[in-house]
Design a protein around this ligand. Structure first.
Ligand code: PGA
Length: 246
């Protein structure tokens, strides 16, 4: 099965013009581009092969939520995926696991595919891998609470393990494919235990580059990678595409 490569542009680039240029480089089958909300429409009209993700969505359907965007609105723009629970939103915007749980249900409810990000911060990792595993389980336990008795397509749930300390802009520490794979096993077992499902996609994210992508993509524990900074650099991203045989 070919692996998924997610390009999380975060709040970049500055203009729609630059965004279109970047999207043309990344427009390959099996790639999911997550542009800022402002560029979603123009990027969707630009790409032919890649799918589009939003970087966030509201946990509400409609109403007095100034500045928020509902999952149904995104779906109506042709968005197929939504990233939820990214560590930057958890930490800088104080999004809680309870908020994320609500958003997951709202997104799945309109048929969007959810890319749920989980991962431990440096302070937890320093305590060792058992503490890190417990931390991630605690996140999952609340994040997935709402979908326990909820009917949805298993292929619509994607989980990305992103150790916060390994994300390029919040530490850039070096996670190894071996350690990440051990965490992946832990995540898969826990989700199976909680929800009785095991055939969901699991991704790795955190400083994925042209240099290390092959190591993560080669592991059977991972169904793909979530790429931040390197997705803004065409040369680097092309290397990742090659590592994923695109
Ligand atoms: P990075 O970002 O690839 O720049 O580490 C990954 C992410 O934050 O999703």
């Amino acid at each position: 099965m070919s692996k998924l490569i997610i390009a999380n542009w975060k709040m970049n680039p500055k203009t729609a013009r630059e965004a279109v240029r970047l999207a043309k480089v990344e427009d390959k089958t099996g790639v999911v581009i997550a542009p800022p909300l402002a560029f979603i429409d123009v990027i969707r009209k630009t790409v032919r092969h890649a799918k589009i993700a939003a970087q966030n969505a509201a946990g509400e359907e409609k109403g007095p939520w100034t500045g928020e965007v509902s999952p149904a609105m995104l779906a109506s723009l042709g968005v197929r995926y939504v990233i939820l629970g990214h560590s930057e939103r958890r930490m800088k915007l104080h999004e809680t696991d309870a908020d994320i749980a609500k958003k997951i249900v709202a997104a799945l409810d309109v048929g969007l595919k959810v890319i749920l990000c989980v991962g431990e911060p440096l302070s937890v990792r320093k305590k060792g891998t058992i503490a890190a595993k417990r931390f991630v389980k605690d996140q999952l336990s609340v994040d997935l609470k709402g979908i326990k008795n909820f009917k949805f397509q298993i292929s619509n749930l994607v989980i990305a393990y992103e150790p916060v300390w390994a994300i390029s802009t919040s530490g850039g520490g070096k996670e190894t494919p071996e350690d990440a794979a051990a965490m992946a096993k832990n995540i898969r077992e826990f989700v199976h235990f909680k929800l009785r499902i095991s055939h969901f996609k699991l991704l790795y994210g955190g400083s994925v580059s042209g240099m290390n992508a092959r190591g993560f993509l080669a592991r059977k524990e991972f169904d793909g990678v979530l790429v931040g900074s390197a997705s803004l650099k065409p040369k680097e991203f092309r290397k990742i595409l090659r590592a994923g045989n695109r």
